[in-house]
Design a binder for this molecule. Structure first.
Ligand code: ZN
Length: 676
């Protein structure tokens, strides 16, 4: 695909908007009042944290967030500039995303459109009289981005990763996680009460009187609570065996009777579907039962809510504000709404960049920035870190030859994607343009689903990117056995072409090590070199692995955050294993990279110290209590201070670098994970 050609002019213009780059290592920020051996996170970060309060419109503030905000400014400047300039031809992905953005920042147009973009959906909802009508309305909503009832997705088959498979997954809740419907502590009860008030408020905005809106909110809560009761917990959803249930559509109809499954899939555009993965069978039995047993009037209310919930931040101000006050204010502790362009870019491109137009936004980002020398330097670091893990796989004492050999094959086959795709997504079929914002959004969702449905059963495109280049993150994809590092994260403090190796290996190197190790975490290890879920471990090795993993689970399960909430050692296990293993192999790779060079201290710090400090500083951050509560309950990652403490207490190399008394700075030998 051809990119538009004003790149140089635009890049020059953007320099005006660019944020001052962060130093790759903030030596002035070290706190001499804190003992690095006792609390390394605070030693590396306390000064910065004390001097950088969380902005009112944020739920947390740290190294990641400052880079995110820099990328956001770049994107907003590029989009605002492009709105008034013929930089992107009609029909190009960039033009579509520019028009999408323009419809989002034009609040007057949004106000004028009112609820008109929802009318076709509301008509279908009003027509629900029985389970066939429910399926019809539900399918209409699901094709337009409202995850009512359940989700329908398409991705590579876990056990045949070369082909796409359709999958249905539990969904349809307005609270972040099924536990929120049942937790009995005071704060959780409060959140439920606030959620009920929020639903009522939104129904009032659509014209219901307060009494009716209150009753509607109770109906929604009751139905969602039933769906939640049948849902898997976040820990259960990590079980790759229990969530793999490839099923014939006819069998689903028998196991979860009453709901017209075949017609439903046809309404989603997948009329040919014969088999699919049913991720949570018990949930779908309960769903089908509720679909037939509950009064259609209850379902109409529920569907109306989920339509409004999915679109509220694309609707007139009052809806947007209500949505923000509950989801960002109550649940995340944000005190003020960010400027509208900031919200719009997030809606279009998401925080994860997996939104339908995320990659088109990424094209704008890449056009406006320069990847240059970055790709080469980062590739070299990745090669060294892969080699360091290969050394460990060859030498860890607990592994038998057969598993060792297959592990090495898997590592060698691991694919790497850096900065941005060579082949961009095709947006020819996306009809986005001069529509109200909510309608553009629904059209983008419909485009994404059509595209997904068309490839059910087809060969998997291994070159596809699942994260847009503007995102400050990275990932391992077990079904593709690949690691991916978008351009968005290849910046200070993660990576700086001008920084010394120690700083880059402690920053982006730790991220790279983490993603590579995901291929060998408690779930990742179950997938083979081509991304198939198969059991390729000898029973003895599997047992020894699990024993070691349990130490990690115990270690992190003992950390407690806000309100003395314990970190969930089972939920965060894969991430913690990857943190511990990742930093270790990044360290070994640095040692290799420095092998023949004199290691002079820089800014008074040895290479080893600079490495560990760089690592601790990428995690510098503080969270609002609401946000930390949400993360501890729902996020597979541990809070950042434990991501630092949990790792360094496992590494004798750390104690050595800071001349710590190992018996105090480290876990005991018996408690240390030492998987990789
Ligand atoms: Zn991870």
């Amino acid at each position: 695909m051809k990119r538009f050609s004003r790149r140089a002019a635009m890049a020059a213009m953007l320099v005006l908007f660019a944020a001052p780059a962060l130093p790759a290592l903030d030596v002035a920020g070290l706190d001499p009042g804190v003992d690095p051996c006792a609390d390394f996170f605070q030693y590396a970060n306390k000064r910065w944290i004390d001097a950088n309060p969380i902005p009112d419109d944020q739920a947390r503030w740290g190294a990641f967030d400052t880079v995110v905000e820099g990328n956001m400014r770049t994107l907003i400047a590029a989009l605002d500039y492009a709105r008034s300039q013929p930089v992107a031809p009609r029909g190009s992905p960039q033009r579509k995303v520019i028009d999408f953005y323009a419809s989002g920042v034009d609040r007057e147009a949004i106000a004028r459109a009112g609820l008109r973009p929802l009318e076709p959906a509301l008509e279908r909802i009003a027509a629900v009289r029985d389970v066939a009508g429910l399926s019809n309305a539900l399918a209409y909503l699901q094709t337009r981005g409202a995850e009512a009832g359940f989700g329908f997705i398409v991705r590579p088959d876990s056990k045949n990763s070369a082909r796409y498979l359709a999958e249905i997954v539990q969904a349809g809740l307005g609270l972040p996680e099924r536990d929120y419907y049942f937790l009995q502590d005071e704060r959780s009860s409060q959140i439920r009460a606030e959620y009920r008030k929020h639903i009522q408020r939104v129904f009032v905005l659509t014209g219901d009187d307060a009494t009716l809106a209150g009753r509607n909110a109770d109906t929604v809560m009751a139905l969602e609570t039933e769906l939640a009761r049948a849902s898997m917990t976040a820990v259960q959803r990590r079980d790759v065996d229990k969530t793999y249930n490839k099923t014939a559509v006819a069998t689903l109809a028998r196991d979860a009777p009453g709901f017209p499954w075949a017609q439903h899939f046809a309404a989603l555009g997948a009329g040919e579907l014969t088999e699919l993965n049913v991720a949570q069978p018990a949930f779908f039995q309960a769903f089908a039962r509720l679909a037939t047993e509950r009064d259609p009037a209850q379902w109409r209310t529920y569907l109306r809510w989920h339509l409004l919930h999915a679109t509220a931040n694309k609707l007139p101000d009052a809806f947007d504000r209500a949505h923000f006050e509950f989801y960002e204010g109550v649940l995340r502790g944000r005190r003020a709404q960010p400027p509208r362009p900031r919200d719009v870019v997030e809606i279009i491109g998401g925080r994860t960049g997996s939104e339908p137009m995320g990659q088109a936004l990424g094209m704008v980002f890449v056009d406006a920035t320069s990847a240059g020398e970055t790709k080469e330097r980062v590739s070299a670091i990745i090669v060294n870190i892969k080699a360091a893990l290969a050394d460990r796989l060859r030498t860890v004492e607990w592994m038998e030859e057969e598993t060792r050999r297959k592990s090495l094959e898997k590592l060698a086959a691991m694919r790497v994607k850096i900065a941005y795709p060579d082949q961009w997504r095709d947006y020819a079929d996306a009809d986005i343009g001069a529509y109200p914002f909510a309608e553009n959004w629904m059209r983008a969702k419909a485009f994404a689903l059509r595209r997904d449905v068309a490839r059910i059963g087809q060969p998997v495109n291994r070159d596809e990117w699942f994260m847009s280049p503007h995102i400050v993150n990275a990932f391992y994809n077990p079904r593709g056995n690949e690691i991916v590092f978008p351009a968005g994260i290849l910046q200070p403090p993660f990576f700086d072409v001008k920084a010394d190796d120690a700083v880059n290996y402690g920053g982006i190197g730790a991220v790279i090590g983490h993603e590579i190790t995901h291929g060998f975490d408690d779930n990742g290890r179950r997938y083979d070199a081509i991304g198939n879920l198969t059991d390729w471990w000898t029973p003895g090795d599997a047992r020894r692995y699990v024993e070691r993993a349990q130490r990690v689970e115990r270690q992190y399960g003992n950390y407690s955050g806000v309100d003395a909430l314990k970190v969930n050692g089972k939920l965060t296990l894969g991430e913690n294993i990857s943190d511990v293993g990742g930093l270790k192999i990044a360290y070994l790779a640095l040692k290799k990279a420095l092998h023949d060079r004199p290691q002079e201290a820089i800014e008074g710090l040895s290479a080893e110290r600079r490495f560990f400090l760089s690592f601790a500083q990428i995690w510098r951050s503080r969270y609002r209590p609401e946000m930390e509560r949400l993360l501890i309950r729902t996020d597979a990652h541990s809070p950042p201070r434990f991501r630092v403490a949990g790792v360094v207490t496992n590494l004798p190399e750390f104690a050595q670098a800071f001349s710590c008394d190992a018996s105090k700075a480290l876990l005991s030998d018996a408690d240390r994970a030492n998987i990789w």
